[in-house]
Write a protein that binds this ligand. Structure first.
Ligand code: ZN
Length: 95
């Protein structure tokens, strides 16, 4: 019981860690990536686990190399999905 409560509080923390450079920053300065029901990577708020990244391609590539997406999302993330998101990364600045 206490374990799940702690996890909820952690998810609501205003400080998140970038999975690329491991820097702790206010969540407003980071970009959230999560998996939708079909296994596609999506940027922005959503249900389930999220991976947080700086708005920086270097962080994205670092996370990609270290397989940090799969670890953060606790799921197998298709390499094709990561590649697709990478192509869109510099363009999806909205939000
Ligand atoms: Zn970063």
């Amino acid at each position: 019981m206490t374990a799940s409560k702690k996890r909820d509080e952690d998810d609501l923390s205003p400080i998140r860690t970038c999975i690329g450079c491991r820097t702790r920053r206010p969540r407003a300065e980071l970009r959230r990536v999560s998996l939708d029901a079909g296994g596609a990577l999506v940027v922005g708020p959503g249900p389930g686990r999220g991976a947080w990244l700086c708005d920086d391609m270097a962080c994205f590539e670092s996370a990609q190399r270290s397989r940090a997406f799969g670890r953060a999302l606790r799921a197998d993330v298709a390499p094709d999905e990561i590649a697709r998101l990478q192509r869109a990364w510099p363009a999806c600045r909205a939000g």
